[in-house]
Design a protein around this ligand. Structure first.
Ligand code: HEM
Ligand code: MTE
Ligand code: MO
Length: 505
């Protein structure tokens, strides 16, 4: 005898949840593959990972090993979309998160509105000994009697409660802590979770639990009184006579969901640029009302102090070789004394400025956490003039200029279509340039920038991910629109890695 029924809204949101959670797990794996290590500390130093999914050993010498050297490729049947496509993986994760959270609120909302909450919320402590009893039955390869299922037995109820009211909220709370914009604006949010890497580790553990649960759950559905639960879940009736029919519908349903998962991976890869544009268009309105409004204030909030500075800082993008940039190598040999940077584009007085001129401007120092979208972080002290003070050296910006194009002496690590490597560049939206914590740093941890970390000058904008922070800066140019330069997507990582120009999450 069941006290609770299986209304259509419950069955539909359950099916949708299964479909969406699969996409979240698979796009999550795509992200993990680019930095398959998890930490509790924000330093991410070699050997401090508590779990890793790679045999590669990180050398202790800074700059000897690049974050990109640590990336693995995954097959498309496993990860979304598969290959080395973290750009698309991140877009998919973001988009599906919105759908999954909406479906979750719909389900929990109706659970309470219809008074159905009691089906998964235990109301007596008896649930614990009773669940234990169930567990001992399963451990002896038995199955608790049907009279325990009203509609769920205690162990099942406890598991469902944990999934809906502990694991799902954990994902919802830890996910946003990975956004540099959010934790730049609200440093307490990451601190509350033990830091950005702790949040990432908890997010990973939540994923591991949900994956384990999903596999066990599906297996048990076919083993534990399937003659009752399958007709209930498929048709909303407790009618063992319709078992065969329910089993057929259920198996077809699972096959269709799996087929859709795979189709999404493969279709994403048919025209990667098109997928990138489509997902960007869908996600940008969501970023506009959330992370776009957040301005970093880690410096004003004194979020990090000298003792937080990472003893080891990961790096990405090697400095140019003499073949790649004879100009940069010659400058480096002279200690960058002859360095001069062009500042031009849509501005009244294009100029060339030297390092001494930059150092003569008011200087800003900030201890900030660098977040690479691959997953690692590092804390360092950066010093240099503010972006807008430097740009003012070239006179008045034409109001039509909405982006600052920052070009490097260094080359891209890869061009997506295999053409010869072009100089690394990134277009920074005006709003990001205007932030208090946007500087051109020439100093890292009280010393001139080491070669690996971008000598002689690199960009710091603390509310965005690392891929926009160009190292080895060559030139600056105000431009009208990022669509007019490069491949038109906003920078090297956007053009050839399919990332979004908006790097706030
Ligand atoms: C079933 C639910 C979910 C699963 C299984 C899942 C899984 C994952 C995994 C495995 C990663 C990769 C972690 C890494 O290596 O850095 C990840 C990243 C991430 N997740 Fe989730 N997640 C889920 C729900 C959510 C939710 C609800 C949010 C936000 C509210 C969220 C936001 C994020 C963000 C922001 C990242 C970093 C991705 C990026 O760099 O773009 N996730 N997730
Ligand atoms: N010129 C150049 N700048 C670059 C890159 C690059 O490959 N070349 N990589 C970017 C990425 S993805 C990251 S995470 C940061 C890494 O900065 P770090 O090496 O100082 O830690 O640099 C950014 N700036
Ligand atoms: Mo990065």
């Amino acid at each position: 005898m069941t006290e609770y029924d299986f209304p259509a809204w419950l069955r539909v949101s359950h099916l949708l949840n299964f479909f969406l959670i699969g996409l979240l797990i698979r796009s999550g794996w795509q992200i993990i593959a680019t930095h398959p290590r998890f930490y509790w500390r924000n330093d991410c130093g070699p050997g401090t990972d508590w779990i890793r999914f790679t045999r590669r050993v990180v050398p202790r010498e800074e700059g000897a090993y690049m974050a990109r050297d640590d990336e693995s490729s995954l097959p498309s049947w496993l990860a979304l979309p598969g290959g080395k496509n973290i750009g698309l993986g991140r877009h998919w994760h973001g988009l599906v998160t919105v759908l999954w959270v909406a479906n979750g609120f719909f389900y929990v909302g109706l659970l309470f509105l219809t008074g159905q909450w009691g089906r998964i919320v235990p109301t007596s402590w008896d649930v614990i000994p009773s669940a234990w009893e169930s567990l001992t039955v399963y451990a002896g390869f038995g199955i608790p009697g049907i009279e325990h299922f009203t509609p769920y037995d205690s162990l099942q109820q406890l598991m469902y409660f944990t999934v809906v009211f502990i694991a799902a909220p954990l994902m919802l709370v830890t996910g946003p802590a990975m956004s540099p914009a959010l934790i730049g604006r609200h440093p307490w949010y990451a601190k509350m979770l033990g830091g950005r890497q702790a949040a990432r580790s908890l997010h990973f553990l939540g994923m591991a639990f949900l994956t384990f649960f999903t596999v066990m759950h599906i297996a048990l559905v076919f083993v534990v009184h399937p003659d009752h639960n399958l007709p209930q879940m498929m048709f909303g009736v407790d009618d063992p006579a319709r078992f065969a029919q329910a089993l057929t519908v259920c198996l077809i349903g699972i096959a269709l969901v799996v087929a859709a998962w795979l189709a999404i991976s493969y279709l994403s890869l048919v025209d990667v640029r098109k997928t990138q544009r489509l997902l960007f268009a869908l996600l940008e309105p969501i970023r506009a009302v959330t992370v776009n409004r957040m301005v970093s204030r880690t410096r004003r909030a004194s979020t990090y102090t000298d003792k937080d500075i990472s003893p080891y800082h990961w790096s990405n993008g090697r400095h140019p070789t003499s073949e790649e940039s004879p100009e940069w190598t010659a400058l480096a040999e002279g200690g960058f004394e002859d360095f001069a940077m062009e500042i031009g584009g849509l501005t009244s007085h294009p100029v060339r400025v030297t390092l001494d001129e930059l150092k003569a401007l008011p200087q800003q120092e900030q201890i900030a956490m660098h977040t690479c979208m691959q997953g690692w972080t590092g804390i360092a002290k950066w010093k240099g003039p503010k972006v807008m003070d430097v740009m003012a050296l070239a006179g008045q910006r034409d109001p039509a200029a909405r982006f600052l194009m920052v070009t490097s002496f260094g080359l891209a690590q890869k061009m997506h279509d295999g053409r010869p490597l072009e100089p690394y560049y990134s277009c920074i939206p005006l709003a990001d340039c205007l932030e208090d914590e946007s500087i051109f740093a020439w100093s890292m941890n009280d010393r001139p920038l080491p070669l690996t970390f971008g000598a002689p000058l690199r960009l710091r904008v603390e509310s965005i991910h690392g891929y926009k922070m160009v190292k080895y800066i060559h030139a600056l140019e105000w431009i009208k629109d990022y669509r007019e330069v490069g491949d038109g997507m906003g920078g090297t990582r956007e053009d050839s890695g399919y990332q979004a120009i908006n790097a706030r999450i």
